[in-house]
Design a protein around this ligand. Structure first.
Ligand SMILES: Nc1ncnc2c1ncn2[C@@H]1O[C@H](COP(=O)(O)OP(=O)(O)OP(=O)(O)O)[C@@H](O)[C@H]1O
Ligand SMILES: [Mg+2]
Length: 462
């Protein structure tokens, strides 16, 4: 904020108008008129000079004549100049001067990007109105294109991956370390633990961050579409293939291909994918021409993929290709202090988006968040906070606004009223918590195998 004691900011420069006409008297009278009104003026006598000036000074608008030759009134040179000026800047107002008998030219000029025209001899008041209105219009168009660009950036900007708990600190450190290699990464973890976000985060930390990040959701595709989605097809490859289509592998060239929900692939698709990865090239469906692929693969699954391998539903050789590095995201319940951190992050986001002047999350509500089980993990936390921000009527988000369904297992329960399942659930989550979210250690502590623990976690998530 500016206070009286601070030096005042320099005045914004007056708008600069470029006047182009071969007649000196036209240039001079327009200069006089515009300068009297407070504009800065530069003038040019020929199309060449106009273009040189237009490139070298930041003109906010151009008033230009169309006729630069005494022997013809075709206006060709003027129209050419107009097109070139428009090509230099899509928004800057261009106003043409038309002489007697050249009204047809004005129409052509408007087609080529002029916004208005002034007939000679002009009316001074009209000149000033046209200039003022067009400058205001250009300013608002520049502002909205700046906003659109900023929004695009925001939409594309990956959100930060939040996690300061001991276990997440270790995982992020490892992820950052492997990001720099080209190794395939498999991210496992329950639904909503942030697998998609982590994949994007790894891409952004990697030397491929300037390349594309392309996601394919294999869980959401019927088998018959997977091939053409991944590898593309050529026209006529099958009945619906009306034109060539570039597949995701090619779209991700130079970047990262994120294969989400990998466990859902059919045996045939698994075989094709393994083939592509082993060969380092693909063929579009219906084409025999191989295309070399340069992509880094990150795959994710929320299913117990080892179980699927054990049951023969997932090829072990493909798993071996995909999980050069494996990163396992623990359930949110096991991340201790991250719950509060994430809650504040989502709170700030929702409050801003909804324009609600809330002060924060009350201490009671924070405690409730920390006690809760979070079967839906970070995604559920985000939804709970978003809803609470909408529901909150006071200055703070309160416990009631959270609408948490209280689940057994979050507090040490009174043993006498417990079902076997509730007791098991409590023990499992307590062990996980005590082991900092490490499945391996928690399984050892509970005296069960890793996959037995996974099965139980999957059961509680339902
Ligand atoms: N550590 C985190 N920091 C900030 N936001 C997160 C974090 N983890 C997850 N989120 C957010 O929570 C939501 C769910 O995350 P994401 O979609 O990555 O989960 P997922 O594991 O891929 O789930 P699913 O298995 O259901 O696909 C997203 O909106 C994501 O941006
Ligand atoms: Mg996901």
């Amino acid at each position: 904020m500016t206070t009286a004691t601070e030096p005042s900011a320099p005045l914004r420069n007056p708008p600069l108008i470029l006047v182009a006409d071969d007649q000196a008297d036209v240039r001079e009278s327009l200069r006089l008129l515009l300068e009297t009104e407070g504009y800065a003026v530069k003038s040019a006598a020929s199309p060449e000079e106009t273009l040189v000036l237009a490139r070298s000074v930041p003109a906010d608008a151009v008033i230009l004549d169309l006729n630069y030759r005494a022997d013809t009134t075709s206006g060709e040179e003027g129209l050419e100049l107009l097109s070139r000026l428009r090509a230099l800047d899509a928004i800057r107002p261009l106003i043409v001067l038309t002489g007697w008998g050249t009204a047809g030219l004005a129409v052509e000029a408007l087609k080529r990007g002029a916004q208005d025209f002034l007939e000679k001899p002009w009316d001074n008041a009209r000149v000033l109105t046209v200039v003022r209105n067009l400058l205001a219009l250009a300013e608002s168009r520049r502002e909205s294109s700046r906003l659109a660009a900023a929004n695009r950036e925001l939409a594309e900007a990956p959100s930060a991956f939040i996690g300061r708990s001991r276990i997440m600190g270790r995982i992020l450190e490892e992820a950052r370390h492997v990001a720099s290699s080209n190794a395939s990464i498999l991210i496992t973890g329950a639904s909503g633990t942030g697998k998609g976000l982590l994949a994007r985060w790894i891409h952004d930390q990697s030397p491929r961050s300037g390349g594309p990040f392309v996601r394919v959701n294999l869980g959401g595709l019927v088998d018959s579409l997977i091939e053409s989605e991944l590898y593309g097809h050529v026209r006529g490859a099958f009945t619906d293939a009306r034109s060539d289509r570039v597949g995701r592998f090619e779209l991700a060239h130079g970047g990262t291909l994120f294969l989400d929900e990998i466990a859902n692939l059919s045996p045939a698709s698994q075989a094709a994918l393994l083939h592509a990865l082993e060969e380092g090239r693909i063929e579009r469906v219906g084409s025999a021409i191989p295309v070399a692929i340069d992509v880094r693969i990150i795959a994710a699954t929320n299913a117990e993929i080892r179980q699927a391998v054990g049951d023969g539903r997932f090829r072990s050789d493909l798993l071996y290709r995909l999980n050069t590095i494996e990163i396992e995201l623990p359930p949110l319940r096991a991340r201790g202090e991250d719950i509060g951190l994430l809650a504040h992050h989502f709170f700030a986001q929702s409050a801003r988006q909804n324009g609600k002047p809330l002060r924060g999350i009350s201490a009671d509500a924070q405690a409730a968040l920390e006690r809760y089980d979070w079967p839906g993990n970070v995604r559920e936390l985000a939804h709970v906070i978003e809803r609470a921000v909408l529901l909150a009527t006071g200055e703070w988000v309160e416990v009631a606004d959270l609408r948490l369904a209280q689940m057994p297992g979050s507090e040490a329960p009174g043993a006498e009223n417990l079902t076997l399942e509730q007791a098991e659930r409590y023990l499992v989550f307590r062990a996980l918590e005590q082991c900092g979210g490490e499945i391996e250690a928690a399984a050892r502590k509970l005296g069960v195998s890793r996959s037995a623990l996974y099965r139980r976690l999957a059961k509680y998530r339902r």
